[in-house]
Design a protein around this ligand. Structure first.
Ligand SMILES: N[C@@H](CCC(=O)N[C@@H](CS)C(=O)NCC(=O)O)C(=O)O
Length: 257
């Protein structure tokens, strides 16, 4: 029995959903609504004391950390191998997954939160928001919610994260510039899954940075990734936050706001 607690198919949740769909592993999906702070509810913190998704529970055993989950899924479940068979290949794959976890994902995440969180918590009174903050177990996440819901980060910090995103995109473009289909060559691996989970929304959101002129190899890789059945299945998972946002926009348009 495999239970998977995840949010919409984006970032770290997408990483695990992609691995599951690529391998064809059946699982019980549990959607956790991040905009409703469900990840900080007591029932969920009993599963992951960090109060973050994704988490899996396999035959009663809990694992958090998306990159660790993906290596576990690949090791214990049948289906196409998502890691190179040789140790050097595995090491090269982990260079990518480590880069995503320590550099690419945090810089993108701070920039996205800075853009989005104010709108997400706009309906809460200051008291309601403080009560939500008090339940967040990780101090750094508490700070991130508090700062992005209010004044936002100072421009120089945003500039630094943007610089890191530029470096990350350059690194992907360079790695793919010999025309290889996937980051490690012919084999599609967890390196592609990790990087794509972050890069997936970049063409529409970072159009000046990721486009056919500036990053043609990354764009070709992106299209190759989008064409995969596993990607299509993972991206078809419920995306309630996006649906709610679109419904709000449509209602505002109808009301002439
Ligand atoms: N290192 C963790 C990070 C998990 C993480 O940042 N999850 C985000 C969603 S992508 C989350 O749950 N954010 C909500 C919050 O922290 O309140 C992993 O890779 O699984």
């Amino acid at each position: 029995m495999l239970d998977v607690y995840h949010a919409e198919p984006g970032a770290n949740s997408l990483k695990v959903l992609l691995a599951l769909k690529e391998k064809g592993v059946p699982f019980q999906s549990h959607y956790v609504a991040l905009n409703k702070f469900e990840q900080h509810e007591e029932w969920f913190k009993k599963i992951n004391p960090n109060g973050q998704v994704p988490v899996i529970v396999h035959d009663g055993k809990v694992i958090n950390e998306s990159t660790v989950i993906n290596e576990y899924l690949d090791a214990v479940f049948e289906g196409p191998a998502l890691r190179p068979a040789d140790e050097y290949g595995k090491a090269m794959m982990r260079i990518w997954t480590k880069f995503v976890d320590e550099y690419f994902c945090p810089s993108l995440s701070y920039l996205a939160w800075n853009r989005m969180i104010k709108g997400l918590v706009a309906d809460l009174t200051p008291e309601e928001f403080e009560a939500k903050l008090a339940r967040i177990p990780l101090k750094e996440q508490q700070d991130k919610w508090r700062i992005t819901a209010r004044e936002g980060y100072p421009q120089e910090r945003l500039d630094e994260w943007y610089r890191q995103v530029v470096i990350s995109v350059g690194r992907l473009e360079k790695a793919l510039s010999d025309g290889r289909p996937y980051l490690l060559g012919e084999q599609f691996t967890l390196a592609d899954i990790s990087c794509f989970s972050m890069a997936h929304p970049m063409p529409p959101f970072y159009t000046d940075l990721v486009n056919d002129e500036k990053t043609p190899h990354m764009m070709n890789w992106h299209r190759r990734m989008m064409a995969r059945e596993g990607t299509k299945a993972a991206l078809a998972m419920p995306n309630k936050m996006r649906d709610e946002m679109l419904a709000k926009q449509a209602a505002a348009q109808k009301a002439g706001v």
